[in-house]
Design a protein around this ligand. Structure first.
Ligand code: ZN
Length: 239
């Protein structure tokens, strides 16, 4: 079943090409690391990046994507509005979307959530402990009480998001902050999962537990019962 899920991993892919420090951790790009991990788990994976024509998100790619993963940071404003609109419509029509880390400020995430999505942050290599607060949720399958990351960027509350439909993870940081770090939403027929970890200067996406959560999220967000909706002027069913 997993093999039938078609995943498109979208990455801005700028930090990796500009910073030797980041390139050392992600020589094939963040998308390359995630693509390898998800391929090994049996998903059908393709990647797309900002500097490709249409940001790699042609109509053909969008139509053949069940779940999209999104990582962006320094170039959110460069993502063209007409492409964002197409991704937005695909989510409403049922495509799953997994938004990672600094993707909280992406155009697509803010458009879907409708809030400013702002937060506190600090790059001091805090330890992060992600507590599972929804045990039994499919996204936590195979994860124990918590995931511990020795070093991560801190994100802190208040996070400017609508109240999640299901809150799956809450993070604690050594600096004392907490953060809603795994959040489920539905928009139209599409499922959305926001997952916090993944700062570009740290090897977070090589972590097997982080890879497991992302693959669980892809399976959870995979559209199952979507259909073309009937809208507009409609004849009565009864005489
Ligand atoms: Zn970051």
């Amino acid at each position: 079943m997993t093999a039938n899920i078609r995943v498109t991993i979208w990455n801005e892919y700028r930090h990796e090409r500009r910073s030797p420090e980041v390139a050392k951790i992600y020589p094939e790009g963040i998308h390359g690391t995630l693509a390898k991990a998800l391929s090994e788990k049996g998903f059908t994976v393709r990647t797309a990046t900002l500097d490709e024509p249409e940001h790699g998100l042609t109509d053909e790619v969008l139509e053949n994507t069940d779940v999209m993963i999104w990582w962006g940071h320094m170039a959110h404003p460069e993502v063209r509005d007409e492409i964002v609109q197409k991704v937005y419509q695909r989510v409403l029509d049922g495509m799953g979307l997994v938004v990672l880390h600094s993707g909280h400020f992406s155009k697509i995430f803010k458009k879907l959530l409708g809030t400013d999505c702002d937060l506190k942050w600090r790059e001091t290599n805090d330890k992060e402990r992600l507590w599972v607060v929804a045990p039994g949720h499919p996204i936590t399958e195979g994860i124990g009480d918590y995931i511990e990351l020795e070093h991560e960027e801190m994100y802190g509350e208040p996070f400017g998001i609508p109240t999640p439909e299901t809150l799956v993870f809450v993070s604690w940081f050594t600096g004392g902050e907490v953060f809603r770090s795994g959040c489920c939403y539905t928009r139209g027929q599409g499922k959305i999962f926001y997952f916090r970890p993944g700062h570009e200067t740290l090897p977070t996406y090589h972590n097997p537990e982080i890879q497991l959560v992302i693959s669980n999220a892809v399976r959870w967000a995979n559209p199952t019962a979507t259909r073309k909706l009937i809208r507009g002027n409609t004849p009565a069913l009864e005489k």
